[in-house]
Design a protein around this ligand. Structure first.
Ligand SMILES: [Zn+2]
Length: 441
C-alpha cells in the first residue's frame, strides 16, 4: 500500500533527526559542563586580584634603619640576537621601564658568526642597568649563565662545565647553573650559584588544553594572574640547592625569568601585516611575575660593579612580585662575635657562638618558615620575627602570604638566600671575604 510505503521512510527520517537533536543537546550539555571548571578558575583569579589589591594597601614601607637599598631586577633574558626569541631591544627596554626595574641581566644564546654578549644590551638604557651575559651549554650537558658574557661562547659547548666555570671566574665573572634538575653534576662544581626557579620551565608544565580554555575565560581580564594557575614551589630545585649549600659552600640562589617573548600565535598576510597576535610571554608580563632583588649598601650606588658584587656574595633574594612588592625584605643575623659583620645578612658567613639572633622582616604581615640545612625547623608570623639559632648550619627563610586565596595560597612569596653559620673552630674571617667581580666586557 502506497500510504504505508511512504510513511515508513518518513518515520525513519523523524527518528533519525530526533536522535541527531538529542546527540546535539548532549554534546552542548557536555560543552557547558566542561566549561564550569574554567569559569570557576576565572572567579578564583578575580578573588585573588582583589586580595592582592587589599594587600598592596596594607604595605608598610621598609624601615629607615635598614643599611641596604633593595634593587629589583630580572636575570636570564633572551633577545632575538641568540635565536629562539622574537624580542627586540626596544621591547625589552620598554618592558623593564614599565616594571620600574633597576637592572636586567641578559643571557644571550651564542651564535657561531658573532659575539652575542658584545652585541646585546649593556650599560644604562632608559634608567635601567643592563648587564651583558650568555647562556651556554657545556660538553657535560650542563647549562650555564655566564655573567658577564664570555666573548667566545660559541666554542664553549665543547668544554667541560668545570673548565668553563674556572675560566669565567678567573676573568672575574660569575657562572650560574640553570635548569639544575636536568643535570646532577653541578653540585660539586665551583659555580657561583643556581637558578632555583625558572619561569619558562614552570610554564612548560602547563597542560595546553587547560591553558587554551583558561585563556578563553581569563586572558582578557587577568592575563598576568593566569601565572598563579600553574605556579608551583620549585621543590626539586630547592632540595638540590639545600644539599649543595649544606655540603660545602656558597651557592647563590637566583630566579631565572628565561624570558624569550616567543610563546603565542600570530596570523600575518602576505605583506607581513599582522591580523591577529597573542603573545603569552611578553617581556612585560615575565618581568612582573618573578624577580631577583639585590641588596646594596646605602653608602654605595647601583653600578655594574656593586650589582655583580652583591650577586656574587648572595646579598639577594628571589620574590614572586606579582603577589606583592617585597622591597624592604631583610634576613639578618647577629651574635656576640660578629665583629666584622655587626649585621650579617643573606649570603654572609659568621661563626656560630652561643645564640645567634636571626631576624626576618617584610613590608607585609606574612608567615616566615625557617629552614636549617634544608629542613623546616620553625615558623613565625608577623612583619618582623626573630628566631634563635644555637648550632651551625645554613639558615634560610621562605615567606608566605597566607591571606592570599587559591590558586596562590600555600605558595611562596619570598625565598631568601641563606646565612651560613659556621662552627667557630673552622670559621675564619677569610672565609667570609668576597672578591667583588671586576668589570668585564
Ligand atoms: Zn634561557
Amino acid at each position: 500500500m502506497p500510504g504505508k510505503d511512504a510513511g515508513e521512510p518518513q518515520a525513519g527520517c523523524l527518528r533519525s533527526s530526533n536522535m541527531k537533536r538529542k546527540i546535539l543537546i548532549v554534546i552542548l550539555g557536555l560543552i557547558v559542563l566542561s566549561q564550569i571548571p574554567f569559569a570557576y578558575r576565572r572567579y578564583r583569579l578575580r578573588r585573588l586580584r582583589n586580595a592582592i589589591q587589599q594587600l598592596a594597601a596594607q604595605r608598610v614601607p621598609p624601615a629607615a634603619e635598614n643599611e641596604y637599598t633593595d634593587y629589583k631586577g630580572v636575570i636570564h633574558v633572551h633577545s632575538s640576537l641568540g635565536g629562539h626569541s622574537t624580542g627586540t631591544f626596544a621591547e625589552l627596554i620598554a618592558a623593564a621601564k614599565a616594571n620600574q626595574l633597576d637592572f636586567v641581566i641578559m643571557t644571550e644564546h651564542p651564535q657561531a658568526e658573532f659575539d652575542t654578549a658584545a652585541m646585546t644590551l649593556n650599560g644604562t638604557h632608559a634608567g635601567v642597568l643592563f648587564i651583558n651575559g650568555n647562556e651556554v651549554a657545556s660538553a657535560d650537558g650542563d647549562r650555564l649563565l655566564l655573567i658577564p658574557g664570555n666573548t667566545d661562547p660559541a666554542f664553549l659547548n665543547a668544554r667541560k662545565t668545570q673548565d668553563i666555570i674556572k675560566e669565567q671566574k678567573a676573568d672575574g665573572g660569575l657562572a650560574f647553573i640553570t635548569y639544575p634538575a636536568e643535570s646532577r653534576n653541578w653540585q660539586s662544581t665551583a659555580a657561583s650559584g643556581v637558578e632555583v626557579y625558572n619561569l619558562f620551565t614552570n610554564a612548560r608544565q602547563i597542560n595546553p588544553v587547560v591553558m587554551f580554555f583558561d585563556g578563553l575565560w581569563s586572558y582578557r581580564s587577568y592575563p598576568d594572574l593566569m601565572f598563579a594557575n600553574f605556579f608551583t614551589r620549585p621543590n626539586e630545585n630547592l632540595k638540590l640547592w639545600d644539599e649543595a649549600i649544606t655540603s660545602h659552600r656558597t651557592f647563590v640562589a637566583i630566579a631565572g625569568n628565561d624570558a624569550h617573548s616567543n610563546v603565542g600565535l600570530s596570523l600575518n598576510d602576505a605583506s607581513g601585516q599582522q591580523w591577529l597576535g597573542v603573545k603569552l610571554d611578553p617581556y612585560e608580563r615575565s618581568f612582573r611575575v618573578v624577580r631577583t632583588h639585590m641588596l646594596i649598601k646605602k653608602t654605595e650606588t647601583l653600578t655594574r660593579e656593586t650589582l655583580l658584587a652583591a650577586l656574587s656574595q648572595g646579598h639577594c633574594y628571589v620574590s614572586f612580585d606579582i603577589f606583592a612588592d617585597p622591597s624592604g625584605f631583610s634576613f639578618d643575623a647577629e651574635n656576640l662575635v660578629t665583629v666584622e659583620y655587626p649585621h650579617a645578612t643573606m649570603g654572609d658567613w659568621l661563626p656560630s657562638f652561643g645564640q645567634t639572633r636571626l631576624v626576618a622582616k617584610a613590608p607585609l604581615n606574612c608567615r616566615f618558615v625557617l629552614y636549617r640545612d634544608g629542613i623546616e625547623i620553625d615558623q613565625k608570623a608577623g612583619t618582623a620575627v626573630e628566631f634563635l639559632a644555637t648550632r651551625p648550619g645554613r639558615y634560610r627563610v621562605e615567606a608566605y602570604l597566607d591571606m592570599l586565596p587559591s590558586p596562590a595560597s600555600g605558595k611562596p612569596w619570598i625565598i631568601s638566600n641563606p646565612i651560613y653559620l659556621e662552627p667557630i673552630l673552622t670559621w675564619t674571617p677569610a672565609k667570609s671575604a668576597r672578591n667583588p667581580s671586576k668589570q668585564a666586557s
